[in-house]
Design a protein around this ligand. Structure first.
Ligand SMILES: [Zn+2]
Length: 307
């Protein structure tokens, strides 16, 4: 007989005969099958070859369930989402028969796998069902208590990564309780190391923030210095501009003076001409006046050159 799913992938969540307190209400001594914790949507295969006797909905108990039976034995697969076969179909062992779900009396997605031999003894306290574990092709060999293992790994989201890192097997069958404790101790010390690193990083961050703040102040200071310097340089440019203007004024003044002097030279040239005419008419008058004009012209030229 085959498991309806790959049993290495999913945990057994309830074994045969467990929880008599709960199953009393159904008139049973305990759980009358094996529960496999597979998620909704898992395709289940026929554990045995046989005819599909039932595809039934029982909302108070099994939910959507199928019953497969041959002349020696029968199987029930319960809490399904969808049937892949119909009543009267013959199925071979290993053929896909249902999609698992969470229908009927459940506390979560799983597959209830029940087994009964023929003739079926409905008075055995389990309505004819028996523990099929010894008849399965792949019997479970648990060295670690199933419940303990589940409790230990339930909240571990990175279990595969953790065990890979710590180099122990992921297989619950071969994992001892001591190994689990070692893993947890490893996780704790890794957590502590992480927290320490985080604290150091935090301190680094604070130092960096102070540095940033200091740099900001320095930058503001430098900016202010720069503005003052620009202001100073602008004022210097202004003052140079003014000096340049003042320097240009005397140049104009001097050009005016030169003009005036040139006018005087012209006047004197004319005077000279008049005097030369007079000399021609009155050669006697070889006056000093003439020499005086010459002196004046010479003096004026000297004055001009000096300027
Ligand atoms: Zn069950």
């Amino acid at each position: 007989m085959k498991w309806p799913v790959d049993i290495t992938k999913y945990p057994i969540t309830q074994k045969f005969g467990e929880r008599p307190d709960i199953y009393k209400r159904f008139g049973l001594f305990g759980h009358n099958g094996i529960d496999i914790g597979c998620p909704t949507g898992t395709t289940l295969i026929a554990p045995i070859s046989g005819t599909i006797l039932e595809t039934t909905d029982n909302p108070e108990g099994y939910g959507l369930y199928i019953k497969i039976q041959n002349d020696k034995e029968g199987v029930v697969l319960a809490h399904n989402k969808k049937f892949l076969v119909k009543v009267g179909d013959w199925v071979n062992e290993g053929q896909e028969v249902v999609i698992s779900g969470n229908t009927g009396f459940t506390t979560g997605s799983h597959s209830h796998f029940g087994y009964y031999p023929i003739p079926r003894d409905r008075t055995n306290g389990y309505n004819g069902f028996i523990d099929q574990l010894p008849f399965l092709n792949e019997p479970l060999k648990m060295t670690l208590d199933d419940e303990t293992f589940k409790k230990l790994v339930k909240n571990s989201t990175n279990w595969d990564e953790t065990v890979k890192y710590l180099e122990i097997t992921t297989d619950p069958k071969d994992t001892s309780f001591q190994q689990i404790q070692d893993v947890i101790a490893g996780i704790r010390s890794a957590t502590t190391a992480c927290q320490n690193t985080l604290t150091i990083r935090d301190q680094d961050l604070q130092v960096a923030q102070v540095e940033i703040s200091n740099r900001g102040e320095e930058l503001a200071r430098k900016e202010n210095d720069c503005q003052l310097q620009v202001k100073f340089l602008n004022s210097q440019i202004d003052s140079l501009d003014k000096q340049l203007k003042i320097a240009q004024e005397p140049q104009g003044e001097m050009l005016g003076q030169i003009g005036v002097l040139r006018g005087q030279i012209d006047e004197l040239s004319k005077e000279k001409g008049r005097l030369l005419k007079q000399i021609a008419i009155q050669p006697v008058i070889k006056c000093n006046h003439f020499a005086d004009v010459g002196k004046m012209i010479a003096m004026l030229f000297t004055k001009l050159v000096r300027k």
